[in-house]
Every structure is written in C-alpha cells, then in structure tokens.
Design a protein around this ligand. Structure first.
Ligand SMILES: Cc1cc2nc3c(=O)[nH]c(=O)nc-3n(C[C@H](O)[C@H](O)[C@H](O)COP(=O)(O)O)c2cc1C
Length: 176
C-alpha cells in the first residue's frame, strides 16, 4: 500500500478542513509545513502539499519545494482560495506557482472563503491593500470583480464534495 503524507499550511483553517476531509477518505499522515523535515518526506510514496492562495501565490510553496525532490516523488499540490473554481482562475495560479514543475506535479483547486475573525493584523492589512488595488484597477476581469466583492466580509464556500476528484485519483490511480 502506498504511503501518503499531507504537508499543509493553514492560517485561517480552510486548508486544514480540506486536509481533515481528505483524511476521512484515505489513510494519510499529516504535518504542518513548519514541522516538516526532508527526512520525514523520504518515508512516503505520495506527498500532497496544501495551502491557501495569497495574492495569486500558494502560501509556503517555495519552502515546500526545497524540502521535496519533485523528480523522485509523486507530488500533488492543492490550493484553497476565495474565488470560485474556473479555468480562467486556475491557469494563472498554475503559471505563478508551478511553471517550473507543472508536468510532474498534480494540481487541484478547492474553493474556500474568507475568515476575517481568524486572520492576524498583518493579513487584514494585506486584504485592505489588496481590496484597494482591485478597486483601483481600470479593466477589471470577471475574477477581479468577483474577488473585490467577495473580500468585503467573511464567507465560507468550502464543501467536502470538492475533494472528490483528488480522492478518486488517490483511490483509483494509485490503487490505494
Ligand atoms: C492576504 C490574503 C490574500 C488572498 N489572496 C487570494 C487570492 O489571490 N486568490 C484567492 O482565491 N483567495 C485569496 N485569499 C483567500 C485565501 O486564499 C483563502 O481564505 C484560503 O482558503 C485561506 O487558507 P487558510 O484558511 O488555510 O489559511 C487571500 C486571503 C488573504 C488573507
């Protein structure tokens, strides 16, 4: 049986909720990014990394990439974000984050939400700047419009059914 490790970073709990849902369906060990060492990764066949998107970038992914040898491990990355899933939003996320390794890494996007109550002062400040930047943009895309409305207050669109395709891959492809 293949051994799976999920490494994750979750500031406001959305990514952690998706990690817990995945663990309900497939047997995985989990570790936060901060507590993960390269030596932990060696023991596993499949490494999944999950984190929230911040201004287009998957939080902690650079650090994760330094811990794992993408050429020798099966790596899957999932990102959680406030924007509804669509090809238009996923392509830039892949280009911004996985351009160097997209042919070797599986990618999944899970819609989540915004939780101002669990955000630190720094993140709230970032959101204010982000919101001003979006509002000041002249030719807003549909995604910009959606994002600028969404980030005005807390909301939660996370759903367990969003993990189905990842769980199917783990169960069928890897005969888990
Ligand atoms: C500063 C900041 C920037 C964000 N930027 C984006 C973004 O570019 N795209 C997006 O879809 N969501 C964005 N979000 C929403 C988060 O990605 C979303 O809440 C995520 O699920 C948080 O994960 P966590 O709760 O596990 O930390 C942003 C949130 C914060 C606080």
């Amino acid at each position: 049986m293949k051994k799976i490790l999920i490494v994750y970073k979750s500031k406001t709990g959305f990514t952690k909720r998706y990690v817990d849902w995945i663990c309900e369906e497939v047997t995985c060990d989990t570790r936060t990014l901060n507590e993960t060492k390269s030596s932990d990764i060696d023991k596993y066949d499949i490494i999944i990394y999950g984190a929230g998107i911040r201004a287009g970038f998957i939080s902690g992914l650079k650090k994760f990439k330094k811990l794992v040898d993408i050429n020798n491990k099966k790596v899957i990355v999932f990102a959680t974000g406030a924007v509804a899933k669509s090809d238009d939003m996923i392509q830039p996320v892949i280009e911004n984050n996985l351009a160097d390794c997209k042919s070797r890494v599986g990618f999944f996007y899970f819609e989540s939400g915004i939780c101002y109550e669990k955000m630190g002062a720094f993140s709230r400040g970032m959101m204010r700047i982000f919101s001003k930047m979006l509002n000041a943009k002249k030719d807003k895309s549909e995604i910009d419009e959606e994002m600028s409305k969404a980030i005005m207050s807390s909301f939660d669109n996370s759903k367990k059914e969003n993990i189905e395709s990842l769980v199917t891959l783990l169960k069928e492809y890897y005969k888990f």
